[in-house]
Design a protein around this ligand. Structure first.
Ligand code: 2AM
Ligand code: CA
Ligand code: CA
Ligand code: CA
Length: 266
């Protein structure tokens, strides 16, 4: 039997320490590089923090596997065993431009099933956290389970780029959804958007394309509270590839799928 409490204690300790390193980095000059395009950014801190986690995990849990955004982890073909899915800084653009609205995100999975989710809002010193079957917490305080919200009272988190004309997607189907919702918000960090949903600050979050490390931790936290996390076709996510995402309060998830997204090419 895996002792998730002990793994969780280690993970929390490392996340806090990594957060402290990130806060200290605000004093020094960042080294910024681009990845797939001029707006896809990475810094020396993203890389350092990922390496920091890998070093600790490998030392204490040599048999665990690691999937990290910046590529210092293992090359995984399966999710067999225990896999740490790590985004050292989710919201790198915000980190660089705003020094806020970013988070550390760590999901710990066993044979593809989410066991632990940790999302640390470094600047606000807020740690969102769940162990499967034990509820979800913010700085140790239980988060209440989610209540249903109808679409006309819902705040949707989404990135505006998905609603403008885009050959890859059925953006026309999103227009009625955005019109019917009470409001929209865009935070530029999937991990925090998922915990804002977990705490009821938004009611649904969707994206056309996210990587496993953007969602792995948030999915564990949300599902503990009755939230529903699927792709835009309503299917289970595949944590070995990129997925679209619809995460929402329980009734709202079903109605967005049925009343707005059904039949779309996602
Ligand atoms: P990142 O900051 O870790 O890269 C921004 O809306 C959200 O999408 C962030 O969570 C961001 O994570 C993620 N993101 C940014 N660029 C992306 C890309 N090229 N592919 C997939 N996800 C991306
Ligand atoms: Ca990135
Ligand atoms: Ca990310
Ligand atoms: Ca990242």
């Amino acid at each position: 039997m895996m002792n998730w409490e002990i793994i969780d204690t280690h993970a929390k300790q490392w996340v806090k320490e990594a957060g402290e390193r990130i806060r200290s980095s605000f004093k020094s000059k960042l080294n910024i590089e681009t990845k797939s395009n001029p707006n896809d950014l990475v810094t020396n801190i993203d890389k350092e923090i990922e390496q920091f986690f890998i070093q600790h995990i490998k030392e204490v849990y040599p048999e665990h596997k690691i999937m990290g955004e910046e590529g210092f982890g293992d090359e995984l073909q399966t999710l067999d065993g225990v896999v740490w899915i790590i985004d050292p800084i989710d919201g790198t653009m915000n980190f660089i431009h705003q020094q806020r609205n970013f988070a550390i995100s760590i999901g710990i999975y066993e044979n593809g099933v989410g066991k632990i989710g940790l999302i640390y809002d470094v600047v606000h010193d807020e740690l969102y956290h769940a162990i499967r079957g034990e509820g979800a917490y913010i700085n140790g305080k239980p988060i209440p389970v989610l209540k249903e919200t109808p679409i006309n009272e819902a705040i949707l988190a989404l990135n505006a780029t998905w609603v403008v004309e885009n050959r890859r997607i059925d953006h026309n189907l999103l227009i009625p959804l955005v019109k019917d919702a009470r409001g929209t918000r865009s935070y530029g960090t999937a991990a925090l958007e998922l915990v804002f949903l977990a705490t009821g600050r938004v009611d649904a979050y969707f994206s056309m394309r996210l990587a496993p490390w953007d969602v792995a931790a948030g999915a564990v936290i949300l599902e503990e509270l009755g939230g529903v996390v699927t792709n835009l076709r309503g299917e289970k996510l595949d944590f070995l590839s990129r997925n679209s995402l619809l995460a929402a309060k329980p009734g709202l998830h079903q109605s967005i799928l049925k009343d707005y997204l059904k039949g779309g090419q996602w």
